[in-house]
Write a protein that binds this ligand. Sequence first.
Ligand code: NAI
Length: 318
Amino acid sequence: MSDQLRFDGKVVIITGAGGGLGKCYALTFAERGAKVVVNDLGGEMTGDGKGTKAADKVVEEIRAKNGIAVPNYDSVENGEKIVQTAVDNFGRVDIIINNAGILRDRSFLKTSDLDWDLIQRVHLRGSFILTRAAWPYMQKNKFGRVIMTSSGAGIYGNFGQANYSAAKLGLLGLSNTLSIEGQKYNIKCNTIAPVAKSRLTETVMPEDILNVLKPEFVSPLVLYLCHENTEETGSLFEVGGGWVGKLRWQKSSGAMVKKGDSMSPEDIRDNWSKITTFDSPIYHSTIGESTNFCINASETDSAESSSPDQTKFKYDFK
Ligand code: NAI
Protein backbone atom coordinates (compact mmCIF):
# COMPACT_ATOMS: atom_id res chain seq x y z
CA MET A 1 0.00 0.00 0.00
CA SER A 2 1.48 3.32 -1.03
CA ASP A 3 0.26 5.25 2.01
CA GLN A 4 1.48 2.68 4.53
CA LEU A 5 3.37 4.28 7.43
CA ARG A 6 6.94 3.09 6.86
CA PHE A 7 10.11 3.17 8.95
CA ASP A 8 12.73 2.32 6.32
CA GLY A 9 16.20 3.28 7.48
CA LYS A 10 15.04 4.15 10.98
CA VAL A 11 16.75 2.51 13.97
CA VAL A 12 14.45 1.64 16.84
CA ILE A 13 15.35 0.39 20.31
CA ILE A 14 12.58 -1.52 22.05
CA THR A 15 13.17 -2.49 25.65
CA GLY A 16 11.56 -5.61 27.05
CA ALA A 17 10.95 -6.77 23.48
CA GLY A 18 11.31 -10.48 24.29
CA GLY A 19 7.60 -10.89 25.03
CA GLY A 20 4.21 -9.24 25.41
CA LEU A 21 3.78 -5.74 24.04
CA GLY A 22 7.47 -5.22 23.30
CA LYS A 23 7.64 -8.29 21.07
CA CYS A 24 4.61 -7.08 19.14
CA TYR A 25 6.20 -3.64 18.64
CA ALA A 26 9.45 -5.25 17.47
CA LEU A 27 7.75 -7.46 14.87
CA THR A 28 5.60 -4.62 13.57
CA PHE A 29 8.42 -2.07 13.30
CA ALA A 30 10.58 -4.65 11.49
CA GLU A 31 7.74 -5.51 9.07
CA ARG A 32 7.60 -1.84 8.17
CA GLY A 33 11.30 -1.49 7.39
CA ALA A 34 12.89 -0.42 10.70
CA LYS A 35 16.16 -1.84 12.00
CA VAL A 36 15.33 -3.10 15.46
CA VAL A 37 17.36 -3.55 18.63
CA VAL A 38 15.45 -6.24 20.51
CA ASN A 39 16.38 -5.65 24.14
CA ASP A 40 15.32 -8.05 26.87
CA LEU A 41 16.94 -9.01 30.14
CA GLY A 42 15.13 -12.34 29.93
CA GLY A 43 14.38 -12.61 33.65
CA GLU A 44 11.29 -13.33 35.69
CA MET A 45 8.28 -11.08 36.11
CA THR A 46 9.61 -9.97 39.51
CA GLY A 47 12.94 -8.80 38.11
CA ASP A 48 14.90 -11.86 39.28
CA GLY A 49 17.18 -13.76 36.91
CA LYS A 50 18.23 -13.15 33.34
CA GLY A 51 18.70 -14.97 30.04
CA THR A 52 19.25 -14.57 26.31
CA LYS A 53 16.45 -16.74 24.93
CA ALA A 54 13.63 -14.19 24.96
CA ALA A 55 15.46 -11.59 22.84
CA ASP A 56 17.04 -14.24 20.59
CA LYS A 57 13.69 -15.80 19.69
CA VAL A 58 12.21 -12.48 18.61
CA VAL A 59 15.30 -11.64 16.55
CA GLU A 60 15.05 -15.06 14.86
CA GLU A 61 11.38 -14.44 14.08
CA ILE A 62 12.15 -11.04 12.55
CA ARG A 63 15.05 -12.39 10.49
CA ALA A 64 12.94 -15.33 9.27
CA LYS A 65 10.67 -12.74 7.66
CA ASN A 66 13.66 -10.95 6.12
CA GLY A 67 13.54 -8.17 8.71
CA ILE A 68 16.59 -6.57 10.33
CA ALA A 69 17.18 -6.99 14.06
CA VAL A 70 19.89 -7.54 16.65
CA PRO A 71 19.48 -8.77 20.22
CA ASN A 72 20.62 -7.02 23.39
CA TYR A 73 20.44 -8.68 26.80
CA ASP A 74 21.29 -5.79 29.12
CA SER A 75 19.02 -4.48 31.81
CA VAL A 76 17.55 -1.09 31.01
CA GLU A 77 19.39 0.01 34.13
CA ASN A 78 22.45 -0.08 31.82
CA GLY A 79 20.73 1.78 29.01
CA GLU A 80 24.04 3.13 27.65
CA LYS A 81 24.97 -0.39 26.57
CA ILE A 82 21.68 -0.80 24.72
CA VAL A 83 22.31 2.44 22.83
CA GLN A 84 25.84 1.22 22.09
CA THR A 85 24.38 -1.95 20.51
CA ALA A 86 22.27 0.24 18.20
CA VAL A 87 25.20 2.47 17.27
CA ASP A 88 27.65 -0.43 16.77
CA ASN A 89 25.25 -2.31 14.51
CA PHE A 90 23.30 0.41 12.74
CA GLY A 91 25.22 3.66 13.33
CA ARG A 92 22.35 5.69 14.74
CA VAL A 93 19.29 5.80 17.00
CA ASP A 94 15.98 7.28 15.90
CA ILE A 95 13.24 5.80 18.05
CA ILE A 96 13.16 4.65 21.68
CA ILE A 97 10.32 2.55 23.05
CA ASN A 98 10.68 2.42 26.84
CA ASN A 99 8.60 -0.68 27.48
CA ALA A 100 10.51 -3.08 29.77
CA GLY A 101 8.70 -3.74 32.99
CA ILE A 102 8.36 -5.91 36.07
CA LEU A 103 5.92 -6.13 38.94
CA ARG A 104 6.53 -6.51 42.68
CA ASP A 105 2.99 -5.99 43.98
CA ARG A 106 2.57 -5.66 47.76
CA SER A 107 0.14 -3.78 49.94
CA PHE A 108 1.82 -0.52 50.98
CA LEU A 109 3.02 -1.50 54.48
CA LYS A 110 4.50 -4.75 53.20
CA THR A 111 6.45 -3.01 50.44
CA SER A 112 10.14 -3.63 51.15
CA ASP A 113 12.97 -1.30 50.18
CA LEU A 114 13.85 -3.75 47.41
CA ASP A 115 10.25 -3.88 46.12
CA TRP A 116 10.31 -0.09 45.90
CA ASP A 117 13.82 0.36 44.54
CA LEU A 118 13.73 -2.34 41.89
CA ILE A 119 10.50 -1.02 40.42
CA GLN A 120 11.89 2.54 40.27
CA ARG A 121 15.20 1.28 38.85
CA VAL A 122 13.62 -0.68 36.01
CA HIS A 123 10.67 1.51 35.02
CA LEU A 124 11.65 5.08 35.83
CA ARG A 125 15.43 5.11 36.08
CA GLY A 126 15.80 2.64 33.20
CA SER A 127 13.75 4.86 30.91
CA PHE A 128 15.80 7.88 32.04
CA ILE A 129 19.19 6.22 31.53
CA LEU A 130 18.36 4.80 28.12
CA THR A 131 16.69 7.93 26.78
CA ARG A 132 19.52 10.15 28.06
CA ALA A 133 22.08 7.93 26.33
CA ALA A 134 20.16 8.13 23.04
CA TRP A 135 19.40 11.85 23.28
CA PRO A 136 22.66 13.21 21.75
CA TYR A 137 22.22 10.98 18.69
CA MET A 138 18.66 12.16 18.19
CA GLN A 139 19.66 15.79 18.77
CA LYS A 140 22.42 15.48 16.18
CA ASN A 141 20.01 13.99 13.61
CA LYS A 142 17.31 16.53 14.43
CA PHE A 143 14.96 13.59 14.69
CA GLY A 144 13.76 11.48 17.57
CA ARG A 145 10.64 9.71 18.74
CA VAL A 146 10.33 8.48 22.33
CA ILE A 147 7.56 6.47 23.97
CA MET A 148 7.18 6.13 27.73
CA THR A 149 4.99 3.34 29.05
CA SER A 150 2.78 4.36 31.92
CA SER A 151 -0.21 2.50 33.33
CA GLY A 152 -3.72 2.97 34.62
CA ALA A 153 -2.20 2.12 38.00
CA GLY A 154 -0.13 5.30 37.76
CA ILE A 155 -2.97 7.48 36.52
CA TYR A 156 -5.65 6.24 38.91
CA GLY A 157 -3.78 4.26 41.60
CA ASN A 158 -4.28 0.56 42.29
CA PHE A 159 -4.34 -1.45 45.49
CA GLY A 160 -1.03 -3.18 46.11
CA GLN A 161 0.89 -1.17 43.51
CA ALA A 162 2.26 1.87 45.37
CA ASN A 163 5.77 1.23 44.02
CA TYR A 164 4.59 0.65 40.44
CA SER A 165 2.06 3.53 40.46
CA ALA A 166 4.73 5.99 41.58
CA ALA A 167 7.14 4.90 38.86
CA LYS A 168 4.47 4.85 36.17
CA LEU A 169 3.21 8.36 36.87
CA GLY A 170 6.83 9.50 37.17
CA LEU A 171 7.26 8.45 33.56
CA LEU A 172 4.52 10.87 32.53
CA GLY A 173 6.37 13.71 34.28
CA LEU A 174 9.57 12.70 32.52
CA SER A 175 7.80 12.60 29.17
CA ASN A 176 6.16 15.98 29.72
CA THR A 177 9.53 17.65 30.21
CA LEU A 178 11.31 15.73 27.43
CA SER A 179 8.61 16.84 25.02
CA ILE A 180 9.46 20.45 25.89
CA GLU A 181 13.25 20.02 25.78
CA GLY A 182 13.05 17.95 22.59
CA GLN A 183 10.86 20.36 20.65
CA LYS A 184 13.62 22.34 18.93
CA TYR A 185 15.39 19.12 17.85
CA ASN A 186 12.28 17.50 16.41
CA ILE A 187 12.31 14.96 19.24
CA LYS A 188 8.74 14.05 20.17
CA CYS A 189 7.92 12.23 23.37
CA ASN A 190 4.56 10.69 24.25
CA THR A 191 3.25 8.37 26.94
CA ILE A 192 0.90 5.43 26.65
CA ALA A 193 -1.08 3.58 29.30
CA PRO A 194 -1.83 0.26 27.61
CA VAL A 195 -4.05 -2.67 28.50
CA ALA A 196 -3.06 -5.95 26.87
CA LYS A 197 -2.65 -9.64 27.34
CA SER A 198 0.86 -10.48 28.55
CA ARG A 199 2.56 -12.38 31.32
CA LEU A 200 2.06 -9.32 33.56
CA THR A 201 -1.73 -9.49 33.17
CA GLU A 202 -2.17 -13.26 32.78
CA THR A 203 -2.21 -13.79 36.53
CA VAL A 204 -4.73 -11.04 37.30
CA MET A 205 -7.31 -11.13 34.48
CA PRO A 206 -9.51 -13.99 33.24
CA GLU A 207 -8.70 -15.66 29.92
CA ASP A 208 -11.86 -14.55 28.07
CA ILE A 209 -11.18 -10.88 28.84
CA LEU A 210 -7.50 -11.19 27.99
CA ASN A 211 -8.34 -12.65 24.60
CA VAL A 212 -9.89 -9.38 23.43
CA LEU A 213 -6.87 -7.40 24.65
CA LYS A 214 -4.36 -8.34 21.99
CA PRO A 215 -1.01 -6.48 21.95
CA GLU A 216 -1.79 -5.94 18.24
CA PHE A 217 -4.45 -3.47 19.42
CA VAL A 218 -1.76 -1.34 21.12
CA SER A 219 1.12 -1.38 18.63
CA PRO A 220 -0.61 0.71 15.90
CA LEU A 221 -0.74 3.74 18.24
CA VAL A 222 2.93 3.33 19.15
CA LEU A 223 3.95 3.13 15.50
CA TYR A 224 1.79 6.11 14.55
CA LEU A 225 3.29 8.26 17.34
CA CYS A 226 6.81 7.31 16.20
CA HIS A 227 6.34 8.09 12.53
CA GLU A 228 8.37 10.93 11.06
CA ASN A 229 5.22 12.77 9.94
CA THR A 230 3.60 12.69 13.38
CA GLU A 231 3.86 15.99 15.23
CA GLU A 232 2.08 14.91 18.43
CA THR A 233 4.21 15.40 21.55
CA GLY A 234 3.80 15.65 25.32
CA SER A 235 0.56 13.66 25.25
CA LEU A 236 -0.86 10.76 27.21
CA PHE A 237 -3.03 8.06 25.66
CA GLU A 238 -4.96 5.13 27.04
CA VAL A 239 -5.08 2.27 24.58
CA GLY A 240 -6.43 -1.27 24.62
CA GLY A 241 -8.86 -3.69 22.97
CA GLY A 242 -8.94 -1.55 19.83
CA TRP A 243 -9.90 1.68 21.63
CA VAL A 244 -7.58 4.70 21.78
CA GLY A 245 -8.16 7.95 23.66
CA LYS A 246 -6.14 10.99 24.73
CA LEU A 247 -6.10 12.28 28.31
CA ARG A 248 -5.60 15.80 29.67
CA TRP A 249 -5.69 17.59 33.01
CA GLN A 250 -8.69 19.59 34.01
CA LYS A 251 -9.15 21.77 37.07
CA SER A 252 -12.15 23.36 38.66
CA SER A 253 -12.58 27.07 38.10
CA GLY A 254 -11.88 27.28 41.82
CA ALA A 255 -12.52 30.17 44.14
CA MET A 256 -10.73 33.36 45.17
CA VAL A 257 -10.60 32.60 48.86
CA LYS A 258 -8.38 35.24 50.42
CA LYS A 259 -9.91 38.33 51.89
CA GLY A 260 -7.57 41.28 51.49
CA ASP A 261 -4.26 39.91 52.72
CA SER A 262 -5.52 37.10 54.90
CA MET A 263 -6.71 33.57 54.33
CA SER A 264 -7.73 30.92 56.85
CA PRO A 265 -8.70 27.23 56.93
CA GLU A 266 -12.27 28.42 57.51
CA ASP A 267 -12.14 30.31 54.21
CA ILE A 268 -11.27 26.99 52.56
CA ARG A 269 -14.15 25.25 54.37
CA ASP A 270 -16.62 27.95 53.36
CA ASN A 271 -15.58 27.76 49.70
CA TRP A 272 -15.16 23.99 49.51
CA SER A 273 -17.93 23.34 47.03
CA LYS A 274 -16.65 26.07 44.66
CA ILE A 275 -13.10 24.71 44.96
CA THR A 276 -14.15 21.18 44.12
CA THR A 277 -16.93 21.63 41.56
CA PHE A 278 -16.15 20.97 37.93
CA ASP A 279 -19.04 22.92 36.40
CA SER A 280 -16.77 25.19 34.35
CA PRO A 281 -13.48 23.33 34.12
CA ILE A 282 -10.22 24.97 33.09
CA TYR A 283 -7.72 23.20 30.84
CA HIS A 284 -4.14 24.38 31.18
CA SER A 285 -1.51 22.68 29.11
CA THR A 286 1.66 24.50 30.19
CA ILE A 287 3.24 25.40 33.51
CA GLY A 288 3.19 29.02 32.33
CA GLU A 289 -0.57 29.05 31.83
CA SER A 290 -1.13 27.35 35.15
CA THR A 291 1.20 29.45 37.29
CA ASN A 292 0.26 32.75 35.69
CA PHE A 293 -3.37 31.91 36.34
CA CYS A 294 -2.57 31.90 40.09
CA ILE A 295 -0.41 35.01 39.85
CA ASN A 296 -3.15 36.86 38.01
CA ALA A 297 -5.74 35.55 40.44
CA SER A 298 -3.71 36.82 43.39
CA GLU A 299 -4.14 40.35 42.09
CA THR A 300 -7.89 39.97 42.21
CA ASP A 301 -8.94 41.45 45.50
CA SER A 302 -12.53 40.46 45.65
CA ALA A 303 -13.52 37.24 47.34
CA GLU A 304 -16.44 37.15 44.90
CA SER A 305 -14.34 36.95 41.76
CA SER A 306 -13.18 33.54 40.61
CA SER A 307 -12.26 34.37 37.05
CA PRO A 308 -9.09 36.44 36.86
CA ASP A 309 -7.82 37.64 33.52
CA GLN A 310 -6.10 34.63 31.99
CA THR A 311 -4.68 36.52 29.08
CA LYS A 312 -2.10 38.50 31.11
CA PHE A 313 1.14 36.56 31.48
CA LYS A 314 3.28 37.88 34.35
CA TYR A 315 6.01 35.31 34.38
CA ASP A 316 7.73 33.80 31.39
CA PHE A 317 8.74 30.16 31.93
CA LYS A 318 11.69 29.27 29.76
P1 NAI B 1 5.79 -8.58 29.72
O1 NAI B 1 6.23 -9.13 31.04
O2 NAI B 1 5.24 -9.53 28.72
O3 NAI B 1 6.99 -7.80 29.04
C1 NAI B 1 7.95 -7.08 29.74
C2 NAI B 1 9.33 -7.49 29.24
O4 NAI B 1 10.30 -6.66 29.88
C3 NAI B 1 9.67 -8.93 29.59
O5 NAI B 1 10.00 -9.64 28.40
C4 NAI B 1 10.87 -8.80 30.53
O6 NAI B 1 11.82 -9.84 30.38
C5 NAI B 1 11.44 -7.46 30.14
N1 NAI B 1 12.22 -6.85 31.22
C6 NAI B 1 11.93 -6.81 32.53
N2 NAI B 1 12.87 -6.16 33.20
C7 NAI B 1 13.81 -5.76 32.31
C8 NAI B 1 15.00 -5.03 32.40
N3 NAI B 1 15.47 -4.59 33.57
N4 NAI B 1 15.69 -4.77 31.27
C9 NAI B 1 15.24 -5.21 30.06
N5 NAI B 1 14.12 -5.94 29.93
C10 NAI B 1 13.39 -6.21 31.03
O7 NAI B 1 4.74 -7.43 30.06
P2 NAI B 1 3.91 -6.40 29.14
O8 NAI B 1 2.54 -6.40 29.64
O9 NAI B 1 4.17 -6.61 27.72
O10 NAI B 1 4.55 -5.02 29.65
C11 NAI B 1 5.13 -4.05 28.81
C12 NAI B 1 5.03 -2.70 29.49
O11 NAI B 1 3.67 -2.29 29.53
C13 NAI B 1 5.52 -2.67 30.93
O12 NAI B 1 6.21 -1.46 31.17
C14 NAI B 1 4.24 -2.71 31.74
O13 NAI B 1 4.40 -2.14 33.02
C15 NAI B 1 3.34 -1.89 30.85
N6 NAI B 1 1.92 -2.09 31.07
C16 NAI B 1 1.31 -3.22 30.63
C17 NAI B 1 -0.04 -3.40 30.83
C18 NAI B 1 -0.76 -4.57 30.29
O14 NAI B 1 -2.01 -4.59 30.37
N7 NAI B 1 -0.07 -5.57 29.73
C19 NAI B 1 -0.82 -2.43 31.61
C20 NAI B 1 -0.11 -1.24 31.95
C21 NAI B 1 1.22 -1.10 31.70
